[in-house]
Ligand binder design. Structure first.
Ligand code: FEO
Length: 164
C-alpha cells in the first residue's frame, strides 16, 4: 500500500534531487568563470542526472496514483574555492543524499511498501556510483597537487564526459 507518509517522503526527495541539480549547476557556473570547462561540463551533466533522479520519483508517485507536490528549491551557494574544495563538497552532499535514500528505504520497510523498496534499490546502487565518482576525482586532484599541467589534463578528461 502507498501510504501518505511514503508519498510525502518521496515528495521531499524530489525536492532534494532538484536541489542537487541546482547545486551542481551552480558549481558548473563557477567552473565556467574560473576557466575550467571540463569541470563545468562534468557538473552540468551531473546537474542533468539529478534532475532525472527527481523525475524518476515524480513518475513513480504518479504511477502509484499519488499526488506530486513541488516545494520551493533552496538557493545554492554561488561562491566556491579550489576544485578540490568543490569536489569535497560534492562528496559530502552525496553522502547526505545517500542517508536520505536509506531513510526512505527504512520508511518503506516500516510501511510494508514493497514496490517502493524495489524502486529504491536502483537509487541505493546509484548512490554507490555517485559517491565513487566524486571520490575518484578527489583522489586525482590530491595526486595533482599544485601542478597546473595536471589540472589541465584532468579538466580535459572531465570535458570528455558525455551522457552515459
Ligand atoms: Fe541523485 Fe547524486 O543523487
Amino acid at each position: 500500500m502507498f501510504t501518505k507518509k511514503v508519498q510525502d517522503a518521496i515528495n521531499q526527495q524530489i525536492n532534494a534531487e532538484l536541489f542537487s541539480s541546482y547545486l551542481y549547476l551552480s558549481m558548473g557556473a563557477h567552473f565556467e568563470t574560473v576557466n575550467l570547462p571540463g569541470f563545468a561540463n562534468w557538473m552540468k551533466l551531473q546537474s542533468q542526472e539529478e534532475y532525472e533522479h527527481g523525475m524518476k520519483f515524480f513518475h513513480y508517485i504518479n504511477g502509484r496514483s499519488g499526488k506530486v507536490v513541488l516545494e520551493a528549491i533552496a538557493k545554492p551557494p554561488a561562491d566556491f574555492k579550489t576544485p578540490l574544495d568543490v569536489m569535497k563538497k560534492v562528496l559530502e552532499h552525496e553522502k547526505k543524499v545517500t542517508a536520505l535514500i536509506e531513510g526512505l528505504y527504512e520508511l518503506a520497510l516500516k510501511e510494508k511498501d514493497y514496490p517502493t523498496q524495489v524502486m529504491l534499490q536502483w537509487f541505493i546502487k546509484e548512490q554507490v556510483e555517485e559517491e565513487k565518482s566524486a571520490s575518484d576525482i578527489i583522489e586525482l586532484l590530491k595526486s595533482i597537487g599544485d601542478s597546473p599541467a595536471g589540472l589541465a589534463m584532468l579538466d580535459s578528461k572531465l570535458g570528455a564526459r558525455s551522457r552515459g
